[in-house]
Design a protein around this ligand. Sequence first.
Ligand SMILES: Cc1cc2nc3c(=O)[nH]c(=O)nc-3n(C[C@H](O)[C@H](O)[C@H](O)COP(=O)(O)OP(=O)(O)OC[C@H]3O[C@@H](n4cnc5c(N)ncnc54)[C@H](O)[C@@H]3O)c2cc1C
Length: 322
Amino acid sequence: MAQGKTILILGGGIGGIVAASQLRRALSREHRVVLVEQAATHLFQPSLLWLMLGLRAPQQISRPYTALARRGIELLRGRVEHIDPARRVVTVDGKELTADYLVIALGAELAPDAVPGLAQAGHNLYSLAGAEAIRDARLTLTHGRIALLVSAMPFKCPAAPYEAAMLLEWDYRRRGLRDRVQIDLYSPEPGPMSVAGPEASAQVRAMVEQKGIGYHPQEKVASVDPGARRIHFESGVSADFDLLVYVPPHRAPESVRAAGLCGDSGWVKVDRATLATPFPGVYAIGDVTPSASRCPRPAYWRTGKPRWSRTTSPPKSPAPAR
Ligand SMILES: Cc1cc2nc3c(=O)[nH]c(=O)nc-3n(C[C@H](O)[C@H](O)[C@H](O)COP(=O)(O)OP(=O)(O)OC[C@H]3O[C@@H](n4cnc5c(N)ncnc54)[C@H](O)[C@@H]3O)c2cc1C
């Protein structure tokens, strides 16, 4: 008789939840599907842009993981400290767990501290605390300069900073303050969302500029001076701001880097067809392996019809809407 296997999924973000849900559906109950996650609730990150304008409250974009347990997925709350991919052994809060199959879905680690002065000077658009701070700061800032800054490449959701700039522009317009506020977007990219191709990139740039938002591509931040409220770029250019909204540098999580799972790119290298890493029985999905990401963007861009959007409510449980 076949023996039950243990599948350990590290990280309960979108990638980990989808992997756990699909595997639970596909496998008989003799096999264990265990999801390891450090947080108590899942945060639907795309809705941070709505939260930033006060259009969503934190509890509307978060769901407890308990719903997954009702479906037969075992939940283990804890921090992944160490991964031994050759033995498929993971240390969670000091305890070792052995897996027959390992799925790494720990996402991208945000590293604002990698840019001197950045964390002290501005608000992180990609975190709940940062989005809440932007929500409050925009009400206080009734005139002046808002700088949106993409710190480094690659970063998740190439559209998000452009959406954020246009949403802030709309917010100031609806409050009758637009002519008192200058909005600029700085990015090391050659153009917006180059992954979408030159035509879409040009269209997004035109949309941004038509709204009177200053767009400054190919500007890579070197440091930020929180006291002077000034951004210094590697090009020698500097820019002053009253409110700084930033996308921080991203990197693979520390435990993943230490495990020797990252290739030259700094991210987990997988077979694009199977998501298998070079270690037998070890797979990776999501932001931890950006080059293999299979997000719905290409179809969305072709058809113009999003399969999901942040205007719709997030699913009632952390599982994807079906
Ligand atoms: C503002 C914003 C807007 C976005 N908009 C879109 C969009 O419109 N469309 C789109 O496709 N994508 C969008 N994204 C990107 C999307 O949210 C990510 O690509 C997606 O969340 C990646 O899923 P993931 O599972 O790989 O990582 P994550 O969702 O980041 O999940 C990683 C999980 O691992 C956990 N974890 C990390 N380290 C540990 C550890 N050591 N121990 C235990 N647990 C750990 C974390 O707590 C987290 O729950 C957006 C992102 C942001 C920030």
